[in-house]
Design a protein around this ligand. Structure first.
Ligand code: PRT
Ligand code: ZN
Length: 284
């Protein structure tokens, strides 16, 4: 009995999805043009699909769970449950217009033609803002639409912004912020839910570890109190005496977000020989 997970066959979410499973200790083979793969060491079967099809497969319980961008999930509007945000595939769905245009507010969009591969989300934004505009659905190279006279504006995914820039466009509105999420069938049977719970436990440990670093440093004993007060640790920092009297080694865990700021404060407080080590798994 295997839990079936649908992930993107190839594209922007593929590598991170495979890496997440691999980091969770699930060994999957991914041969060229392979549709599915069974893990050797965990009750998991992986289906490789186009991202657009994943919500439907999960709604139909053909796959029990899936990894897909929120943008696709909301556009497809299928009945599935979001289990966990995954922190990769981050992007935003934006309305963009020609750089030369003057944009004050969304009144600008009234009566305009908007090219997009996301007609549902674009229409929803227009309805919510009581804007009457025409949607022109196209499946690819949306950013070219204004320059070839197909539309006045586009609604497309943006990450770095360079595609818009290179096509003479600028962002006018962000209508959705998106990242990859783990979804599951709404009526997942208990035996599969149990496997999902095991997988989720591992996913959370892997993600937590990624956001934290193990820090070791040397501190003169008279600065210890100050240094300890800067370090949270899992419970509290570990302090061990060094061979040289008057010095201690301090071990702790630091969150990525506060990392550089803390390191500077630690140096100022007298810490020396600071080592920073990645953490593989973190279970609290
Ligand atoms: O073949 P399949 O249907 O599975 O793949 P696809 O071609 O539909 O999707 P793919 O692989 O391009 O993207 C998969 C998912 O990655 C998307 O649904 C988003 O959730 C996420 N993602 C994150 C992105 C981007 N960032 C992104 N930048 N998807 C697309 N883009 C494109 C965007 O459409 C535009 O063309 O990248 C361009 C903009 O990038 P910047 O960096 O120039 O702004
Ligand atoms: Zn797609």
């Amino acid at each position: 009995m295997n839990l079936k997970v649908a992930i993107q066959k190839s594209g922007r979410l593929h590598d991170d999805s495979v890496k997440l499973l691999t980091d969770c200790g699930v060994a999957i083979k991914n041969g060229y043009n392979q549709l599915k793969s069974v893990a050797d060491n965990f009750p998991l079967e992986v289906y490789f699909l186009r991202d657009d099809d994943i919500p439907q497969y999960v709604e139909d319980n053909v796959a029990h769970i899936g990894i897909v961008g929120q943008n696709v999930l909301l556009e497809k509007n299928k009945s599935v449950q979001v289990v966990e945000p995954l922190g990769f595939g981050t992007c935003r769905l934006c309305i963009a217009i020609r750089k030369s245009e003057d944009y004050k507010n969304n009144n600008y969009l009234k009566g305009k033609k908007i090219a997009t591969s996301y007609p549902v989300l674009t229409q929803k934004f227009l309805d919510e803002n009581k804007i009457n505009a025409e949607i022109h659905e196209i499946s690819g190279s949306v950013e070219l639409a204004p320059s070839i006279g197909l539309a006045d504006a586009v609604c497309d995914l943006v990450s770095s912004g360079s595609t818009l820039f290179m096509n003479g466009l600028k962002e006018a509105e962000t209508i959705l912020k998106s990242e990859a999420v783990l979804i599951k069938n709404e009526n997942l049977e208990e035996q599969y839910q149990k496997i999902l719970d095991q997988l989720l436990f591992r996913i959370r440990a892997v993600r937590k570890a990624k956001n934290n670093k193990y820090v070791l440093l040397n501190a003169p004993n008279d600065s210890l109190q100050k240094i300890i007060s800067l370090l949270p640790g899992m419970k509290s920092p570990t302090v061990l005496p060094l061979a040289e009297t008057g010095w201690s080694s301090v071990h702790s865990v630091l969150n990525e977000n506060e990392f550089w700021e803390k390191i500077e404060q630690l140096k100022k407080a007298g810490a020396q020989g600071i080592l920073v080590i990645p953490i593989e798994k973190m279970i609290i």
